[in-house]
Design a protein around this ligand. Structure first.
Ligand code: DGL
Length: 275
């Protein structure tokens, strides 16, 4: 059995990279729904349906557990899939998200307890981060701002261009104006680490930036330690396969470029799948 990693597009590769660094021994299957990305602006119903179709595709391909390496899908679809859909695939399959592990890291990072969240409109409007942070520490003050242009900048390979400066600086300035006491910015979208150079350049000095990859990887390692009955089912071939709903050539090129992965060969699948 494998570990499935799902994202609307390329962003989840930032999570996959950190997970493979922490847990290189397992077999991974990555699925990017590039043909339908970005998910961020869509309604709850659409994000839920798209995410479910992707999760089903991964479960059918022998994934013991699936990580939604996408905040938008984690915010909008995770709970419903866990409660309503997962039982159909058997009691021992799991779907996990990226929001909880990220939120758990925040109290140790912030000193002022004023935290900014940058994410897609879907993630920000869901209120998931606000809710989860409040559960962890009611004194944390969250200011959330959506950055609708950031995912398209990455998906279209414009994230390292001078044109991206305007959009990155604008949102960072805005969130800092909304609450100048912010000392920590959560990158609540798995695409955003690809903009990290610009985010660091435009963030005021001393601001701490929470990238999700290492926290999600550490949380998965901990989860597997606590669930030996699931961990024992995972094959140890140290392999990774990539699926995309868009052109495999485009995916391979982008993955190589973004993640400096030389050996990405992707296969195309269609979602929804015909059964
Ligand atoms: N990487 C996804 C996330 O973390 C991007 C969502 C999108 O496709 O808009 O939210």
């Amino acid at each position: 059995m494998k570990i499935g990693i799902f994202d609307s597009g390329y962003g989840g590769l930032t999570i996959l990279k950190k997970i493979r660094e922490a847990l290189p021994q397992y077999d991974y299957l990555y699925l990017g729904d590039n043909a339908r990305a970005p998910y961020g602006p869509h309604s709850y119903e659409v994000i839920y349906r798209y995410t479910l179709e992707a999760v089903e595709a991964l479960l059918r391909r022998d994934c013991q557990l699936v990580i939604l390496a996408c905040n938008t899908a984690s915010a909008k679809a995770l709970r419903t899939i866990q409660m309503n859909d997962l039982p159909r695939f058997g009691a021992d399959r799991r779907v996990l998200g990226v929001i909880r592990p990220t939120v758990e890291a925040v109290p140790a990072v912030t000193s002022s307890k004023h935290v900014g969240l940058l994410g897609t409109p879907g993630t920000v409007n869901s209120g998931s981060y606000t809710m989860e942070l409040r559960n962890i520490d009611p004194e944390l003050q969250l200011t959330a701002l959506s950055c609708p242009m950031w995912v398209p900048l990455v998906e279209y390979g414009e994230h390292d261009t001078p044109g991206a400066d305007y959009f990155v600086k604008k949102r960072i300035d805005e969130v800092m104006q909304l609450d100048p006491a912010i000392d920590t910015l959560i990158l609540g979208c798995t695409h955003y680490p690809l903009l990290i150079k610009k985010i660091r350049a435009f963030a005021p000095e001393g601001i701490r930036i929470v990238e999700q990859g290492e926290y999600v990887a550490a949380s998965l390692a901990d989860y597997l330690r606590r669930h030996p009955e699931l961990e024992g089912k995972l094959a140890r071939g140290a392999s990774c396969r990539y699926l995309t709903t868009e052109s495999p050539e485009k995916f391979s090129k982008a993955a190589t470029l973004f993640m400096r992965l030389p050996d990405v060969v992707a296969e195309r699948i269609d979602l929804p799948e015909r059964q």
